[in-house]
Design a protein around this ligand. Structure first.
Ligand code: GLN
Ligand code: ZN
Length: 760
């Protein structure tokens, strides 16, 4: 019999119940008991949804983040929260978000510095970074895990506790004093051993230990740590399923297969090439768990194809074969059945978490009992796969033809930057240190209200457009009064910089409840890129040209770039990401050319998520950067020399991708730099970055208003790195999350600082 299991389930709830319970608690509207109740209820619901699998994950539920859970389990609390005397869950929220609930009875009246947050491998999930120093010590607090285990047991759930493994735990953390994290391993392992003992003494047979670091390029020290760690944990009291995911083990495969564990899980979707070498390398009695259903996307699995793969493996491995999703289902929405508004065709192509588990169960039944008994189910699956493959909404010959005709010339500007810069300067007549903003102005309650009423049908299109035009007029007026040099329309008509474009492109679908946890209570609802991309009509021209009629100053057209649209969507699995990206590039290129035709002289193409898309392994970076930069260039570079192209990037390390940034060849790049005290500019300086740069001088993530002095100081620092004639003055990012009462004085100071610089 094939064993079926799951690595983790989305915890936020099909209707985002956890989000609302957390926020109610944090806002003082409910108590800890109510929150804990919601947690219990969700766990119960989620286990019920997973029923039928042989082993269910326990301990994957979290009130905020599974890595922070592990820090608490290991007793690795930052020094600054150690003297807390209230409920441990309140202390947990203090590390997660800087404070606990806003009601007075948790005893934590004042806030603390929140733990740093960063992206979990190559996903859009953010975890709280464990903090280490030379003096870090560990001590076990198994209460959370044991409670959840007892709960599962009481419900009769076949429980497989899930924990983050010791090497990956150190790997994803950060040393605060420059000491080596690996030096902590000997201190850490006894605590893990104690935890495994505690689980064993409750009769646990299998424990899933996650070690995703194994799919990355490991320095020798880290690779060696694996052998030491699992030698120490192999006490024979519980069986260990070592889980790797998100990619291929590649050069780490011999290492992973030689570890003294009882089972190994590999990502058979993203690391399919590992399967045969793993079978060859694993000891004869070690379980091989194959993650054959993609835990990172929303597509139905081609079950017959997977059975073609699995049947011969099953014949060889017998009971040693386990099957599961490729990774935790944390990264997909819960239930497709909630999507009642989704078009029937598209719906038939999709599978969310619950549907993916049904696929696992079906695969196991087909492996154990043969495909014949499941004719109807397999035929239905086959029909859905074929419908998607043959759909004219997915495959559009004219898009394929356009892609085939792409040549190098498409991504090239007419002239090199110095020549363009001269022509643009003659035309735009901007002062030195030109001032601008990144695009959005405050998304006020009125704007959101109007959008909501429009969606509900309470406001007709004409009235909605009128309301948005009034917002644009207001933003233009304010910018004129402020004396900014290059204006923006303010983006009131956009709920989200990706969704806005997705909604107008053909080849995109939207869900109602397709929420995926981003961090804590925050979720995103990525649009689904399902088909070849076309742009039926102009998407932004009407708004920008309207805005331009209101001012003599140049109005900057505002677009989201192809790479960012791609990286913030669920994308196709039937063609390479690079192909989808190029299709998006062609659509954005049409928009750019339409803007130019309409007389827009400056066009900004945001690539906020360019760096985010970097693959886990450095060896694959150049491939990604190659097509990502090419896509941007195709989108941007069809314009005349006189048209000025801007791009914008949010906080990014630029050092290791500098040549690619320069390759984008935007006339102006604006970046988020203010918190780095302009140090991020060093990368541009040492690379001799040739084009213009607007380093952010206003930290828009903070409600604080920067003084003129502070901005001048930042600009002086920028001037030490970048020649003055190539510097712009602008905020770090868009202003949509700020209030006008913050934005106006801040920009006033910014404009004053720029004027002072011109006179100096
Ligand atoms: N133009 C967008 C805005 O101003 C850019 C947002 C971003 O970089 N994340 O909102
Ligand atoms: Zn930004």
């Amino acid at each position: 019999m094939v064993t079926t299991h799951n690595l983790g389930f989305p915890r936020i709830g099909a209707q985002r119940e956890l989000k609302f319970a957390l926020e109610a608690y944090w806002n003082g509207k409910s108590g800890l008991d109510a929150l804990r109740d919601t947690g219990r209820r969700l766990r119960k619901t989620h286990w019920a949804g997973q029923q039928g699998l042989d082993l269910l994950p326990v301990g994957d539920f979290s009130f905020y983040d599974q890595v922070l859970d592990m820090s608490f389990t290991l007793g690795n609390l930052p020094e600054r929260v150690r003297d807390f005397r209230g409920d441990p869950l309140d202390n947990y929220f203090r590390v997660a978000r800087g404070r606990s609930a806003s009601h007075g009875d948790c005893g934590c009246g004042h806030g603390v510095q929140a733990g740093e947050m960063t992206k979990w491998f190559d996903t859009n999930y953010h975890y709280i970074v464990p903090e280490f120093s030379a003096s870090t010590s560990f001590s076990l607090d198994a209460s959370r895990l044991l409670e959840q285990l007892d709960e599962a047991r009481a419900l009769g759930i076949p429980a497989k506790p899930v924990i983050l493994g010791p090497v990956s735990y150190l790997f994803v953390g950060k040393s605060k004093d420059g000491s080596s994290r690996l030096d902590l391993l000997p201190r850490l392992l006894p605590v893990y051993a104690e935890l495994l003992d505690a689980l064993a003494s409750r009769g646990v047979e299998w424990v899933q230990i996650d070690e995703p670091a194994l799919v990355t390029e490991l320095d020798p020290g880290w690779a060696q740590a694996y052998a030491a760690a699992y030698q120490a944990l192999n006490t024979g009291k519980v069986k260990i399923l070592l889980a790797t995911y998100f990619g291929q083990l590649l050069e780490n495969l011999p290492l992973a297969c030689a570890l003294p564990v009882q089972g190994l899980h590999i990502d058979a979707v993203n690391g399919a090439a590992d399967i045969e070498p793993a079978i060859a390398a694993l000891p004869r009695d070690t379980v091989l768990s194959l993650g054959v259903v993609n835990g990172r996307n929303i597509w139905k699995t081609d079950l017959n194809r997977v059975l073609d793969l699995l049947e011969p493996i099953h014949a060889r491995l017998g009971d040693r074969l386990w099957i599961a999703p490729s990774c935790s289902l944390l990264h997909v929405p819960v239930d497709l059945n909630s999507e009642t508004a989704l078009d029937g065709d598209i719906r038939s192509w999709l599978a969310f978490a619950l549907q993916k588990l049904d696929e696992i169960k079906l695969l196991a039944r087909a492996l154990d009992g043969g495909r014949a008994a499941l004719r109807a189910e397999l035929q239905a699956n086959q029909a859905a796969i074929a419908s998607r493959r043959n759909s004219p909404r997915v495959n559009k010959p004219q898009v394929k033809a356009a892609l085939a005709s792409i040549d190098a010339a498409l991504g090239r500007r007419q002239s090199p930057y110095p020549l363009r810069a001269e022509k643009q300067a003659g035309l735009l007549k901007l002062p030195a240190f030109p001032t601008t903003t990144i695009g959005s102005f405050p998304q006020t309650a009125e704007i959101r209200q109007a959008r909501l009423r429009f969606r509900k049908g309470e406001l007709d299109l004409a009235a909605y457009k009128e309301a948005m035009r009034a917002e644009i007029a207001l933003a233009v007026r304010e910018q004129e009064v402020l004396g900014l040099d290059v204006l923006v329309h303010g983006e009131p008509e956009r709920n989200d910089m990706v969704e806005y474009f997705g909604e107008q492109l053909e080849g995109y679908a939207f869900t109602q409840y397709g929420w995926v946890q981003s961090y804590g209570s925050r979720c995103v609802k990525p649009p689904i890129l399902f088909g070849d991309i076309t742009r039926p009509q102009a998407m932004t021209v009407e708004w920008i040209t309207y805005a331009q009629t209101l001012t003599q100053k140049p109005m900057k057209g505002m677009l989201t770039g192809p790479v960012t649209i791609l990286n913030w969507s669920f994308v196709r699995d039937d063609q390479p990401r690079s192909v989808s990206c190029l299709q998006l590039a062609l659509a954005i290129r049409q928009e750019v050319l339409d803007l130019e035709k309409a007389g827009v002289r400056i066009i900004q193409i945001d690539e906020a998520a360019l760096r985010e898309g970097l693959p886990l392994r450095k060896s694959q970076w150049s491939d990604y950067l190659g097509w990502a930069v090419e896509s941007f260039r195709i989108a941007a570079n069809g314009v005349r020399d006189e048209t000025q192209i801007h791009t914008h990037m949010c906080y990014s390390e630029f050092n290791d991708i500098m040549p690619s940034i320069a390759d984008m060849d935007a006339d102006v790049i604006t970046i988020e730099t203010s918190r780095s005290d302009m140090e991020l500019l060093d990368a541009f300086d040492s690379f001799n970055y040739p084009n213009e740069i607007g380093p952010g001088v206003y930290d828009i993530h903070s409600p604080n208003i920067p003084t003129q002095e502070h901005i001048s100081d930042l600009m002086r620092k920028a001037g030490r790195r970048i020649p003055a004639e190539r510097l712009w003055v602008n905020p770090d990012c868009g202003l949509k999350t700020r209030a006008w009462s913050e934005v106006i004085p801040a920009l006033k100071n910014m404009v004053a600082a720029a004027r002072a610089l011109r006179e100096a």
